[in-house]
Design a protein around this ligand. Sequence first.
Ligand SMILES: Cc1ncc(COP(=O)(O)O)c(C=O)c1O
Length: 395
Amino acid sequence: MTEQNTALSTALIHHDYQPPSGFGAVPVGVYKASTVIFPNVAALRARDWRHKSGYTYGLHGTPTTFTLEERLATLEGGKHCALAPSGLAAIAMTNVALLRRGDEVLLPHNVYGPSREMARTLLTEWGITHRLYDPMDVAGFKAMLGERTRLVWLEAPGSITMEFPDLRALARAARQAGVLSALDNTWGAGIALKPFDLGEGAAVDLSMHALTKYPSGGADVLMGSVVTREAALHEKLLLAHMRLGIGVAANDAELVLRSLPTLEVRYRAHDASARRVASWLQTQPAVRRVLHPALAEAPGHEHWASHCRDAAGLFSILLEAALPSERIDAFCDALKLFKLGYSWGGPVSLVVPYDLRAMRGDAWRLDGHLVRFSIGLEAADDLVADLERAFQLLR
Ligand SMILES: Cc1ncc(COP(=O)(O)O)c(C=O)c1O
């Protein structure tokens, strides 16, 4: 098409040069496209956007996003994966895919807060009801599975308060009742938990993962995924993905692809440091309780021990209830290596004080001021020294 009489603008767009094929390198290529070019009308008509046999439109996948999806399906032990632009968007995509007017969804009372907010507002407005269950009470959970219950969300451990449920029993009860189960597997990250093989034949139907945390690992990307083993469930997710116009940027997919090979070693490093810091915190007089699932004093420790050997770098502590809340804020402000921030899983350690009574009301049964830590990749001894300095304020 680049002939002598072609205008320069046309020649620069429709250039004849094709680089040689067969380029080999470690990174996955970053393909960017809104439009996908078809070789002929027959191909345009024949391609099915639901299958990874070809490309149809930027939103429906590129070699970069297809590759990331396949690797994430392997990470979680599933077969199919759909990407979303954040963990919360992946939760929304799952709800839109599976819930219809008149259905009920069950959420644990320690569910990731914005997920509960979605149920309280959008889902309620769409005629989908929800109830909160106590994830530590399997019998109570079973009793709540009713005629209209279509989906249950599971989380292990629960957000902020870190209770580790008997996931196997909850997943099994949902399946026996013919109710779909979706695990928020962000904490387990595909390392600590295999959601489709929880042991003793138990499995969830869907695994949602906020890739924003450990798979990204850089505190610089927002992304989520939903993995399934069932083709029919995956198709429902893809329909929601398509109807909502969900897509992820190629550069973001590239960052997650770049971080995935180090996920397991990073996760183990976060885990080792977190256990060291958590054990040290147990020796501090101002600390009433350390809510780290691998510690015997944590709620549901026995369930953690029967499901996992690994743990993430995330845990909370309860500080003496008698301390005034301004002192807790001053303690957090005094930390230098720990930064104040929410999105865990990155290299920098984080701290957040939570007012759980305001957030959870009666469901909050533990006494004391709750402070959550995400342990980054700094040397654990330096983190302990930082905490030790800040604790002097509480003496
Ligand atoms: C347990 C859990 N699930 C989901 C999310 C949502 O992830 P994102 O920040 O990518 O929306 C978070 C974020 O903090 C989380 O902690």
